[in-house]
Design a protein. Structure first.
Length: 288
């Protein structure tokens, strides 16, 4: 075959490879731009999801504004791999897969009108929250751990945090929502007053017992009716309902700590809690 005849196929191959490279690069640019554009807070709040009410609640919470000046975006919390660099496989199976599945679901609900206005969205909020918490559990709290290093908790902060998270590190699966759910990502209208009182550091004279529970981190391990790291408030009330000096014993447990009463996880001492605040908390618990 003449050299000129062989040169034509080679040129075609080179042109096809070059064209493929240009098209591939263009696809990467478009994909990267689209992922970035649809991951911003503004887009999540208004452009597609009709989540402006969730966005307003997010802007009241600690992930939006805090003493450290570190802001976690909607994507940081709700898209696996968005909060830190990932491998190409993690990008596909985490970021792109999550955006695809969640985006299709949101578009469906937008089109059928199930979250078209605030009343409808509020009616769906409990179910939506349950779904998010289930996803966080199933992914081993990957988005939480993308920003928070459990091994980095220091006694300079809170003895409670150190003791509890040391135990969490030993578990097979990390479920941050088992302790941290309410008022972490979003602060809704019905919770706003108590949350603001807790953030201001109000004492028992100026705040409710509920705000004190938040202020001192009690709600991180205890809930009204559900067993979390520690027993529920109703379980505590039930055990001490007929115990002489119950209030004093529980106040001492807050200040001095307690172990081997409700399980293997100890309750670290919290001597920084004022006596008046401890009394208000215990009185509220015993009244459950």
């Amino acid at each position: 075959m003449p050299d000129d005849a062989r040169a034509v196929p080679r040129r075609r191959v080179i042109l096809l490879v070059a064209l493929g490279a240009v098209l591939g690069a263009g696809a990467v640019v478009v994909l990267t731009w689209s992922v970035t554009a649809t991951s911003g807070n503004a887009f999540c709040a208004t452009a597609c999801h009709s989540m402006q009410w969730a966005a307003a609640a997010y802007e009241r919470g600690p992930h939006f504004a805090n003493a450290l000046g570190v802001r976690a975006s909607c994507a940081d919390c709700h898209i696996a791999g968005e909060d830190r660099p990932s491998t190409p496989l993690e990008y596909v199976t985490g970021t792109l897969r999550t955006k695809g599945v969640a985006g299709i679901a949101d578009m469906f609900h937008k089109l059928v009108g199930s979250i078209a206005d605030r009343a409808k969205w509020e009616a769906q909020r409990a179910q939506l929250s349950t779904g998010v918490r289930a996803w966080i559990r199933e992914t081993d709290s990957v988005t939480c751990q993308g920003c928070h290093d459990l091994a980095a908790f220091s006694a300079r902060g809170s003895a409670m945090a150190v003791a509890v998270h040391a135990g969490v590190l030993k578990t097979a699966n990390v479920d941050c929502t088992s302790c941290h759910a309410k008022n972490v990502g979003h602060v809704y209208d019905e919770d706003l007053a108590a949350y603001q009182a807790a953030r201001k550091g109000g004492s028992s004279a100026g705040g409710t017992p509920e705000s004190l529970l938040q202020k001192y981190g009690c709600d991180g391990c205890h809930a009204e009716d559900e067993t979390l790291v520690g027993p529920s408030y109703r379980q505590i009330a039930g055990r001490y309902a007929k115990v002489d000096g119950a209030a004093k014993r529980l106040e001492a447990a807050i200040h001095d700590g307690v172990a081997n009463v409700w399980g293997t996880v100890p309750m670290p001492a919290q001597p920084e809690v004022p006596a008046a605040d401890a009394a208000a908390i215990v009185g509220w618990i015993l009244a459950r």
